[in-house]
Ligand binder design. Structure first.
Ligand code: ZN
Length: 170
């Protein structure tokens, strides 16, 4: 595995241990050239997935890309890296076991939003605001109405929830 800092190709494994309930192996590596340290994960890849983008272009599914977009949404949020790992793995596994060889980028976006909703409200709004590309403030209010629902019965009972965003509840 090449060193991400100096490009050296002779990195060494210092420590290996199971991660994600045994679904992955986490390795700590060190580069003898620059003393840089980094972590790699080894996982089973069940199938090759293709993502159909909004533009109509097809690209191979890239777990790292999924991880990065989730990392951006969660920047500086108090969420443990292990929980983020589990979310990314969960989404990947769901896609791999879905029976479809081709997935739309929208479907992936929906899964990410669903996952972030349970993890961190701020990250959810960040991701959704980029993903849904809001044009009107009203869309944003509707989203916040959804957030209220996700918070459970206690939030529904609060008077602040009876604003416009919540009106469309069936
Ligand atoms: Zn290095």
């Amino acid at each position: 595995m090449r060193c991400p800092y100096c490009g050296g190709s002779d990195t060494q494994v210092k420590d290996s241990r199971p991660s994600e309930d045994g679904a992955a192996i986490r390795r700590r590596r060190v580069c003898p050239d620059c003393a840089g340290r980094f972590t790699t994960f080894e996982r089973v890849q069940l199938r090759e997935l293709v993502v159909l983008k909004r533009s109509g272009k097809r690209v191979p599914f890239d777990r790292d890309k999924l991880q990065r977009s989730i990392d951006v949404a969660l920047r500086k949020r108090p969420v443990e890296p292990e929980r983020i790992e589990r979310l990314v793995s969960g989404i990947t596994r769901q896609l791999e076991s879905g029976g479809e060889a081709e997935i739309t980028s929208e479907a992936i976006g929906e899964l990410v939003m669903e996952g972030l909703k349970g993890l961190d409200d701020v990250a959810y709004v960040r991701f959704a605001s980029v993903y849904k590309n809001f044009r009107e403030a009203k869309d944003f209010e509707d989203l916040l109405g959804t957030l209220g629902d996700a918070a459970g019965p206690a939030a529904e009972a609060a008077p602040a929830r009876s604003r416009r965003g919540a009106r469309a509840r069936p």
